[in-house]
Design a protein around this ligand. Structure first.
Ligand SMILES: *Cc1c(COP(=O)(O)O)cnc(C)c1O
Length: 433
């Protein structure tokens, strides 16, 4: 595959932009080499500036669950553009998307739109603290909730990939009230609640983790969080920026049947435009200014283009029969195929998948798929890097880290999945030699 033009564009980018990228996950940091520069995308395909085509399992790190350049979303955007791109005043579309979200995720009685997942989680923990009048927040090691100071401690995603789970510039004071706890550790959660009791403002959790690779909660873990929050008066915050509209129509909370007090959304809710949201119990949300006193604002919040793309995306999902059974069946077919392809070459691999997200892990011999960051970080990242590049060479675009989930869209049919598995079979055979 020729990457001459990509290499030239990226070389120039490095003189203009730190590391050549506007978000670190894109930089191939943990797998080596230089990223391919994308020219356009359509359906399940990405096309780079050298004219190479890739089957896309990154999907903009989550948003594009309808595939790229979906006709209905593009048409909605064109209609919106011609009406002006921002007013900074209320619009009808904000009500429509709010109603649509509430219909799909009933725990979200009221919602506030923002412009990124980072803003959503930052605002949700401020609200939890403001509403309860308490300070302490539990966050789980290896979970990523965006890059606001208070949550950038023991973080997953590119923070973990690039070895800075705790970034320089985040002061001890900024994270003093954030208590990191290992994911799926029942005992540690109970101990923190015992120690801090009525100082606990809330717990923020990825109800299925995407940001250390795909890691699922153990049976009873989310239930425990619900119980502990109820018993102490703390708020349970599900960060569904990744899982919302991805693991099920109503997100992980529908899948596991747990009702959080607050939910944060991003990615899919923007249909590929910059949107985030936080919402939940009406009495809690009414503590947000100007209904209440907890400050949060945004010049472009509820932007007409973003809401048009998001609303149309949610409507297409809602109107497509069997949407989630279809994407989930493609994901489990992919998972079974990849595990089997690895096993056939004598390589130990374990797939974890749920809804339209999943990860192929390379755990130490004899170990199962990880259930926490300690186990995820023991996986073979060098083997992953070789697998990643060999797949890329065969036109399969995977997330460039063992600690990022891969995604499928409604455009990822069995035919494409089988193509991917066939490529993996070749790759694993070649890696073994
Ligand atoms: C991506 C992500 C975020 C951050 O969203 P941005 O839009 O990148 O700021 C927060 N939480 C989770 C679970 C995410 O996956």
């Amino acid at each position: 595959m020729d990457h001459t033009k990509s290499a030239a564009v990226f070389a120039q980018a490095q003189t203009l932009i730190p590391g050549g990228v506007n978000s670190p996950a894109r930089a191939f940091g943990s797998v080596g080499g230089t990223p391919v520069v994308i020219d356009r995308a359509e359906g399940p395909w990405l096309f780079d500036v050298d004219g190479n085509r890739y089957l896309d399992y990154v999907l903009s790190w989550g948003p594009m669950i309808l595939g790229h350049a979906n006709e209905r979303v593009s048409a909605a955007l064109c209609r919106a553009v011609s009406r002006g791109t921002s007013y900074g005043a209320p619009t009808v579309m904000e009500n429509k998307i709010a109603e649509q979200v509430r219909k799909m995720i009933p725990s979200i009685e009221k919602i506030r739109l923002v412009s990124s997942g980072t803003e959503a989680t930052m605002s949700a923990i401020r609200l939890a603290r403001g509403f309860t009048g308490r300070d302490k927040i539990i966050k789980f090691t290896g979970c990523y909730h965006g890059h606001s100071d208070a949550l950038l401690v023991s973080a997953g995603s590119s923070a973990a990939t690039l070895g800075v789970p705790n970034s320089p510039g985040v002061t001890a004071g900024a994270v003093a009230d954030t208590i990191p706890v290992p994911y799926n550790d029942f005992q540690a959660v109970s101990e923190v609640f015992q120690a801090y009791g009525d100082r606990m403002a809330g717990v923020i959790v990825e109800p299925v983790v995407g940001n250390m690779g795909c890691v699922v909660p153990k049976p009873g873990f989310l239930e425990l969080l619900r119980q502990k929050c109820d018993a102490s008066g703390a708020l349970l915050i599900f960060d569904e920026v990744m899982t919302g509209f991805r693991v099920a129509r109503g997100g992980a909370q529908e899948y596991f049947g747990i009702r959080p007090d607050l939910t944060t959304l991003g990615k899919i809710i923007g249909g590929g435009l910059p949107v985030g949201a936080y919402g939940g119990r009406a009495d809690v949300m009414d503590a947000v200014l100007p209904a209440g006193k907890v400050f949060q604002a945004g010049t472009l919040s509820g932007n007409p283009l973003a809401t048009a793309a998001g609303y149309e995306t949610l409507r297409v999902i809602d109107q497509t029969a069997d949407f989630y059974p279809r994407v989930a069946s493609a994901m489990s077919r992919l998972g079974a195929g990849l595990e089997e392809a690895a096993a056939a070459a004598g390589i130990h691999a374990r797939f974890t998948g749920i809804g339209a997200m999943g990860t192929l892990f390379f755990p130490p011999a004899g170990r199962e798929a990880p259930s926490c960051w300690a186990e995820a970080s023991a996986c073979d990242t060098r083997l992953f890097a070789r697998y990643f590049h060999a797949m890329l060479d065969r036109g399969i675009y995977l997330p460039c880290s063992q600690f990022e989930a891969l995604f499928t869209s409604i455009e990822h049919t069995d035919e494409f999945v089988d193509m991917t598995v066939a490529a993996a079979r070749e790759v694993f055979r070649s890696l073994k030699d």
